[in-house]
Write a protein that binds this ligand. Sequence first.
Ligand code: GLN
Length: 194
Amino acid sequence: MRIGVLALQGAFAEHKKALADLNVKTLEIRQKKDLEREFDGLILPGGESTVMGKLLKELNLFEPLREKIQKGLPVLGTCAGLILLAEKLSNDNHVYFGTLPVTVKRNAYGRQLGSFFTQGEVKGVGKVPMTFIRAPYIEKVGAAAETIAEVDGKIVGVRYRNQIGISFHPEVTDSRKLHRYFADLCEKAKSGNL
Ligand code: GLN
């Protein structure tokens, strides 16, 4: 089992470290050639969605990755990664992968005061520390998708089949619960039990 981590920009090293702590192998995805190797899940890290979106297209990673997600590859998008997955952005005209049926608001907590720390419950995972950094939140969840986390009445986590999108950064905390949950999902998908 190996999990690909999109490593173009942003907090990919922290995700790799989190998975290494769980003895899960990772593969950095930086260029098209990297897709020749097998991987059983994909993490889209936080960072700057506009930059990642542009690089994904320039490096010809965009279409093959979108196809893999659509075919059921488990994917975890954190913060900017959630923005990359969203079907719609309420305050931005871009749509990137567009595979997750949610409407997301970018920089939803404001640009200056948008970073904060709290703890909250994630369905199927338990209570986890949550670090928000110029974070988006989810304004609308499509009928087939499930809300898995809320903070102060705002939706900050959603799951739709093989896709998980969260507003916060689990990789910058000591908790590995969310990465454990995602790695288990990847194991299940690999053995055809998702
Ligand atoms: N504000 C960033 C964006 O819109 C996301 C911030 C993050 O990933 N920490 O892409």
